[in-house]
Design a binder for this molecule. Structure first.
Ligand code: KG4
Ligand code: ZN
Length: 343
């Protein structure tokens, strides 16, 4: 079963063609260079860039997969309906509807977070890695927009057990980087700088809500205390201590993620962890999570290819495949963007 999937939820214009869990082609046009100078995603610029690129991205994706004829070779068209930026989501949905109508295909609406949850199970065109599903899983989503703990009971059956009450983990890293003039996105540059000083915790910034028994995440208090701390420093100290500062900040974020995940494993008794989202690209976080599941005699599965951690349409296509199997289709008349869509 072949699906053409589209994701325009934030600052990547993405299309992919999947055959079951196998990715036949995948195209991602990143808008990072457009938003970089503003230190974050600017909605109006994102909308325009999506509109300018969507046809190109879809066509490139069809070409790469060697599927010339959408009408006879593609079964369904999938699209991210939310959560995300309304004006960005709209572009992908409009395109998906247009293609569905033109080629007489059924539409599948996918929650972007479902995509991140399925991302560890996406395979390359040869069907690797071969990983089978062993439900239930505990899913940890760590991205620019979300930090969530979800029980994946079976295909498409989610129970959210913890989430961010303010800033998401990736957002916190982005904001800390912005405060120090390190540019956008912050995660990768912080990873590199922190690594160079051994990922140590030099300052002991607070870990909000770490002691509370629930599974809620909060990073805005950490951000505020970081802000006040660096504003007390002399300009030259901000530069000379930048590695130590970001290493300590990253440690506070990751320590919180690991402790809450630890609690979630204990509370649910589920020791098989799947991790998705942009922050899951971080090798130091991966190391910490590996150590955590080892303690619980479990396992952790990460997206097998780097592009699957960030936003992409391959993960949307794979989630859509399980929806198609259950005949869960969207109504083209009523399908609309849901910026605050929940699982
Ligand atoms: O999943 P994603 O591409 O977009 C959302 O759905 O939000 O995640 C983007 C986030 C950004 O906050 C970015 O700073 C973070 O992922 N990120 C990283 C790394 N690469 C990207 N965070 C930590 N370490 C990384 N290597
Ligand atoms: Zn995402």
């Amino acid at each position: 079963m072949k699906i053409l999937a589209i994701d325009t939820s934030c600052d990547e214009t993405a299309a992919a063609i999947v055959d079951g869990r196998k990715v036949l082609s995948n195209v991602i046009y990143s808008q990072i260079l457009i938003h970089k100078k503003w230190g974050g995603v600017v909605p109006s610029l994102a909308k325009r860039a999506h509109e300018e690129r969507i046809d190109l991205v879809v066509n490139e994706c069809l070409k790469k997969s060697k599927i010339q004829d959408l009408r006879s070779r593609i079964d369904y068209i999938a699209v991210t309906a939310g959560p995300g930026l309304a004006v960005a989501l709209e572009v992908g949905i409009k395109k998906a509807k247009e293609l569905a109508e033109k080629y007489n295909k059924k539409l599948i609406a996918v929650n972007h977070l479902e995509g991140h949850i399925y991302s560890p199970f996406v395979q390359n065109s040869k069907g690797n890695p071969k990983r089978e599903f062993k439900f239930p899983y505990l899913a940890l989503i760590v991205s620019g927009g979300h930090t969530e703990l979800v029980i994946l009971k079976n295909h498409l059956q989610y129970e959210v057990i913890g989430q961010a009450i303010d800033d998401a983990s990736g957002e916190a890293l982005d904001k800390a980087a912005k405060m120090l003039g390190l540019g956008y996105p912050g995660g990768p540059v912080i990873e590199r700088l922190a690594n160079s000083v051994g990922n140590k915790d030099f300052y002991g910034f607070p870990r909000p809500m770490i002691k509370s028994k629930d599974l809620k995440f909060s990073f805005s208090g950490l951000k505020t205390s970081f802000y006040y701390y660096i504003n007390k420093l002399k300009p030259e100290e901000k530069v000379s201590r930048v590695k130590e500062l970001v290493s300590s900040f990253q440690e506070a974020v990751f320590d919180t993620i690991v402790k809450k995940t630890d609690r979630a494993i204990t509370q649910t008794g589920i020791n098989r962890l799947v991790v998705g989202g942009g922050v899951a690209a971080n090798l130091y976080l991966r190391k910490k999570l590996r150590k955590l599941v080892k303690k619980h005699k479990g396992e952790v599965i990460f997206p097998p290819f780097q592009y699957l951690t960030g936003d992409n349409a391959a993960m949307i296509g794979v989630a859509a495949f399980y929806k198609a199997q259950k005949k869960i289709f969207a109504d083209a008349q009523t399908l609309d963007r849901q910026p605050r869509m929940i699982l």
